[in-house]
Design a binder for this molecule. Structure first.
Ligand code: ATP
Ligand code: MG
Length: 188
């Protein structure tokens, strides 16, 4: 789906878009969650798989239960990959991410969902927990009408190339820099 080679779509033509939300600024995950919320308004079915994260509580874990059965959320990671306080070996992070990818494939082809959100998968790729060909295979072979959303910093250029919509969150300011601690409902 290289943009340069993309055919133009017919008006009203049904399409499952590939969307990337990346960049250093805040709002990537919340943007994807916003889409899930919006889609529920149409009784659409959404599956969210979070890579890397999974060790820390965030409001969407319970928030999404209120959107059940339309939205399901899977936490697959152990957090803090490669960061100093990381107690887990790389192999364990990688095994988790590989399991998450397997789950993503199952959900993608299950026929049960209109939207699949792979949260933080761009980071998982950068950290080598998943491989580029694995992600490209997912994008290239997805059922044509399912919308696929990939979030996380440092999206790979090859992933960006295949996406229809790409947004880069740019940090202008972040409260964190003022020493303000992460805020409930805003940051987690
Ligand atoms: P959010 O989950 O709030 O939409 P995000 O998905 O864009 O943020 P991540 O890289 O996943 O950002 O970071 C997760 C956490 O780090 C969030 O609590 C977020 O508020 C915080 N965060 C995001 N950007 C920054 C930043 N530039 N400086 C410090 N903390 C940040
Ligand atoms: Mg995020």
């Amino acid at each position: 789906m290289d943009q340069d080679k993309l055919k133009l779509f017919e008006p009203g033509e049904k399409v499952g878009i590939v969307m990337v939300v990346t960049g250093q600024g805040k709002g990537k995950t919340t943007s994807a969650l916003g889409i899930a919320l919006r889609a529920v308004g149409y009784d659409m079915k959404v599956c969210i798989i979070e890579f890397i994260k999974g060790d820390m509580y965030s409001g969407e874990i319970d928030g999404i239960k209120r959107l059940s059965p339309n939205v399901e959320l899977h936490l697959t990671g152990k957090g803090f990959c490669g960061i100093m306080e990381d107690p887990y070996p790389f192999s364990e992070h990688r095994a988790n991410a590989q399991d998450a990818l397997k789950l993503a494939k199952e959900k993608l082809f299950s026929g049960n969902f209109d939207i699949l959100i792979l949260d933080e998968i761009n980071n998982a790729l950068r950290l080598k927990l998943v491989d580029l060909p694995q992600i490209l295979e997912l994008i290239d072979n997805k059922p044509p009408l399912i919308h696929l959303i990939l979030t996380g910093r440092d999206a790979h250029p090859e992933v960006i190339k295949r996406a229809h919509t790409v947004t880069e969150m740019k940090e202008i300011k972040h409260a964190y820099r003022l020493g303000i601690e992460p805020q409930k409902g805003i940051d987690y």
